[in-house]
Design a protein around this ligand. Structure first.
Ligand code: PGA
Length: 254
């Protein structure tokens, strides 16, 4: 089974109501490959989710950027998976490096979040990735597989999981991984899934790349055999996000 190209736009903690409406208008007017070729998901801050959901074209979908690790209750400031489901939000990003590193979310905690979100019926973009220090010390795969293991230990059905490989040194830095660097980790990660989860999960789970993807570098990255799409930060707030969506067509000519 071919892996459908996936392009996620992570808006992070950005935007006003007016700016959000403008981005959605740009997306709605864009001509992009059909849903059979590319799955597009945008992730606004929580407070804009209902607005974006109500305005966004029906072939694009919305995602939250985080959710609480278990059932809601007395957890001030948190948003539960149940609430997202109640609002009709199909996706959630979990384990983004900004949360792992700034808010000190441990691998086990992220694994628990992924498992709980899936149990409630959400689809999950689960992020993994190494810091520059870790890359330079040669521990990239040890880090990425340890992060993935805490998810794999808790998840039995991978149909609703997309893994985002996002090297921390490439996020928001303008320093994109080379296509070869991305391909190498994606292939290793797929090999890890093959050995630790199973052949089918390895073959069908989408592994997308994130970190300074833009309209100029997306095609070369998309051409890598184990790069199944992107998670885009900065460029997802701009019109070039459309070009990134269109890079899905690179796969068709395979
Ligand atoms: P960036 O962010 O594209 O701005 O580097 C990617 C991400 O954090 O998902």
């Amino acid at each position: 089974m071919a892996r459908k190209f996936f392009v996620g736009g992570n808006w992070k903690c950005n935007g006003t109501t007016e700016e959000v409406k403008k981005i959605v208008t740009t997306l709605n007017e864009a001509e992009v490959p059909s849903e059979e070729i590319v799955e597009v998901v945008v992730s606004p801050p929580f407070v804009f989710l209902p607005l974006v959901k109500s305005l966004l074209r029906s072939d694009f979908h919305v995602s939250a950027q985080n959710c609480w690790v278990r059932k809601g209750g007395a957890f001030t400031g948190e948003i539960s998976a149940e609430m997202l489901v109640n609002l009709g939000i199909p996706w959630v990003i979990l384990g983004h490096s900004e949360r792992r590193l700034i808010l000190i979310e441990a691998n086990e905690f992220v694994g628990d979040k992924v498992a709980y979100a899936l149990s409630q019926g959400l689809k999950v973009i689960a992020c993994v990735g190494e810091t520059l220090e870790q890359r330079e010390s040669g521990s990239t795969m040890a880090i990425v597989s340890a992060q993935t293991k805490e998810i794999a230990d808790r998840v039995s059905n991978w149909a609703n999981v997309v893994i985002a490989y996002e090297p921390v040194w490439a996020i928001g830095t303008g320093k994109v991984a080379t296509p070869a660097q991305a391909q190498e980790v994606h292939a290793e990660l797929r090999k890890w899934l093959h050995g630790n989860v199973g052949a089918e999960v390895a073959a069908t789970t989408r592994i997308i790349y994130g970190g300074s993807v833009n309209g100029g570098n997306c095609k070369e990255l998309a051409a890598q055999p184990d790069v199944d799409g992107f998670l885009v930060g900065g460029a997802s707030l701009k019109a070039e996000f459309i070009d990134i969506i269109k890079s899905a067509t690179v796969k068709k000519s395979d």
